[in-house]
Design a protein around this ligand. Structure first.
Ligand code: GLU
Length: 329
């Protein structure tokens, strides 16, 4: 992807970004970043365990960030339930718990800087219009750029504010993928101009997440493979800020007997159900780890004991995937 000159950020923010990049160079640091939309299910817990293990096996840090920007989707009590579940399993995080909702000011400052550097444009295309021009069968098509060349009007029109899109340059967006083929998505052909601020004023997930990886000094993003397709957009945001991406490790999702991924929405079983069936923490750690064939089924052990039995190569062996689609480089 063509590199753009980084926009001028206020000094204090530039310093924080540089401190984050410096922290990244000092050693391994990852994060678990659930949205507080409901209790964690077995699949989420397994992803948390993988990140925690990876951090411990690398002598690094595992941070906890609550992705709570999308107010209407948040559920009362979900954050407390997530915290309780992680502690009950013995997955202790390093440093203070972080919340995206506490960084709204930082996101707004970065959005203004990107806008000031002419990297954004206002978009008034409705979801409905974009769905109509999309490929059938729900295939994701990148934004076709209808508003790209229009004279920018940032204020309300017909009572509606625009969303703010990042103008993507031509070329491929690449990143390092630790347990699979190198990540590559075509900027215009696959990712398209990314919404960074929604028309309802909410900061978009891609902006908040990309910026947080930088500010938190994340060296390795370990998360579910459902987020692989979001990576190009996040790497593009980092590039717009003049920052290289961290390394990524997208991990397989837990699927049910029909091959369907577990989902919070469909009420996939979480710790409450497992506890009600008499499982204690060692049994649950055993269940999560044996589902990856890291240890034999029926094992009972603490998270710390599991870390002590494994080497980084064991995780690599259990989690490496070659079947992930990438754009032709
Ligand atoms: N908050 C997102 C989710 O719960 C995950 C973000 C991430 O790990 O990048 O799906």
């Amino acid at each position: 992807m063509a590199s753009t000159p980084a926009p001028a950020l206020p000094r204090h923010l530039q310093d924080r970004l540089e401190a984050g990049l410096q922290r990244r160079r000092q050693g391994y640091r990852t994060r678990f970043a659930p949205s507080p939309t409901g209790p964690l299910h077995r699949g989420n817990l397994r992803t948390a365990l993988i990140g925690w293990l990876d951090a411990r096996l690398h002598g690094g840090e595992w941070l906890l960030r609550i992705d709570d920007l999308d107010g209407p989707r948040n559920r009362a009590g979900a954050e407390e339930a997530i915290v309780d579940d992680l502690l009950w399993l013995g997955l202790h995080w390093d440093g203070p718990l972080e919340r995206q909702s506490e960084r709204r000011g930082v996101y707004a400052t970065v959005l203004s800087a990107l806008r000031g550097a002419d990297l954004l444009y206002p978009c008034r295309c409705s979801r409905r219009l974009l769905a109509d021009v999309s490929a059938p069968h729900g295939a994701l098509t990148p934004y076709p750029g209808f508003c790209r060349e229009r004279t920018p009007v940032w204020g309300p029109q017909a009572g509606r504010l625009p969303s703010w899109r990042l103008r993507l340059g031509p070329g491929a967006i690449r990143w390092q993928e630790r347990w699979g083929p190198a990540g590559c998505q075509d900027g215009p052909g696959t990712v398209g101009d990314v919404v960074l601020r929604r028309a309802d004023g909410v900061v978009a997930y891609h902006l908040a997440t990309a910026l947080d990886e930088l500010l938190m000094g994340i060296s390795d993003v370990v998360r579910g493979e459902d987020l692989w397709p979001s990576t190009g957009a996040q790497v593009a945001v980092m590039a717009a800020l003049g920052a290289p991406p961290p390394r990524y490790a997208h991990v397989p999702l837990w699927r049910d007997g029909q091959g369907e991924r577990l989902s919070k929405r469909q009420g996939a079983e979480g710790l409450a159900g497992l506890r009600a069936r008499g499982h204690d923490a060692p049994a649950v750690i055993g269940l999560l780890a044996s589902s990856l064939e890291l240890i034999p089924p029926g094992s009972r052990l603490s998270a710390g004991e599991l870390a002590a039995t494994l080497a980084p190569a064991d995780l690599e062996r259990a989690l490496h995937r070659n079947d992930r689609g990438v754009d032709k480089p």
